[in-house]
Design a protein around this ligand. Structure first.
Ligand code: AG3
Length: 286
């Protein structure tokens, strides 16, 4: 029998997701984290940061389409968009399909992630050469303090709130995002799994709600992320995400549609409770 290589992410201390590995394409340590690109049998190429699955060629479209098009189509005509994190380029690829977007700024802390994606994941990183794009290698929490009234949409495509990404989940950061947005701007952040990270989801949602006049949570399935159900929190200064104002719908999308946009905001009762409940007793302990 052939020797089998498997990668396992321990999604909780007691549960893991394992993928059979064909080949390890990259494994290196940067100043910030460990980066791995693995070629898997089930999901094709996969980007792993500090042992956590960030994206796979097989299911990346769900996450990238949902984190990008929900805010981009809530705004009638977004022209300037800031992405914090997102060094693999998946979010930039989605933004670049809007003809009216004039400026995209990508602020990624680790140049190693951009290099790895450019080299091994061309289908995800393919828009990183868009002439409208400026890439800045910096901590997003630091960068945001330097922006004022500059963007229509800010997309926070971070890793988990540990180590380098911790500052991207705090109130001070969301206030910075608020100030970086124009007067009718919109932000969205990935806010983890309602099944396994309920407490974190709630506290993040509450922080965003204290800063933005309108904040809403929506969901999408991402099979390779913990529990397979992922949340996003949108903060809007003015436009109503439930009635998207954007007339333009990018062609050839695989998950997002006008109907999915609306249905993604319909939350199961346990998620609604999670957002309302002060004490956290309904939050799963896993
Ligand atoms: N950023 C969010 C990934 C979180 C996954 N968590 C985990 N595997 N424990 C994804 C970046 C994609 N552009």
């Amino acid at each position: 029998m052939d020797t089998e290589l498997w990668f396992t992410e321990k999604q909780t201390p007691a549960l893991g997701l394992s993928l059979k590995v064909k080949e390890t394409l990259l494994r290196c340590r940067t100043q910030f984290q460990e980066i791995a690109v693995l070629d898997t049998l089930q999901c094709g190429r996969m980007l792993v940061l500090d042992g956590m699955v960030q994206t796979t060629v097989a299911d990346e479209y769900v996450y990238h389409e949902m984190i990008a098009h929900v805010p981009l189509r809530t705004h009638p005509v977004p022209r300037s968009v800031l992405v914090i994190g997102g060094g693999d380029g998946g979010v930039v690829r989605e933004i670049s399909s809007y003809p009216h977007v004039q400026k995209i700024v990508l602020v990624e802390i680790d140049a190693g992630v951009v290099e790895a994606a450019r080299r091994f994941m061309p289908e995800i990183s393919c828009a990183l050469n868009d002439p409208r794009l400026e890439i800045i290698y910096k901590d997003g929490a630091e960068f945001i303090r330097t922006c004022n009234d500059a963007f229509d949409v800010v997309i926070v495509d971070s890793t988990e709130p540990v180590a380098i990404a911790e500052g991207l989940f705090g109130t001070a950061f969301y206030k910075g995002v608020f100030d970086a947005l124009k007067k009718d701007g919109i932000m969205v952040a990935q806010t983890e799994s309602p099944f396994y990270n309920g407490l974190l989801l709630r506290s993040t949602f509450q922080r965003i709600s204290t800063v933005f006049p309108r904040s809403l949570l929506y969901l999408a399935p991402v099979p390779t992320y913990p529990s397979g159900l992922w949340s996003f929190t949108l903060g809007s200064k003015s436009f109503n995400p439930l009635e998207p104002a954007g007339a333009y719908l990018p062609p050839d999308l695989r998950f997002y549609s006008a109907e999915i946009h609306r249905s993604a905001f319909i939350l199961p009762p346990f998620v609604q409770e999670l957002l309302q409940n002060e004490s956290g007793i309904n939050s799963p302990v896993i």
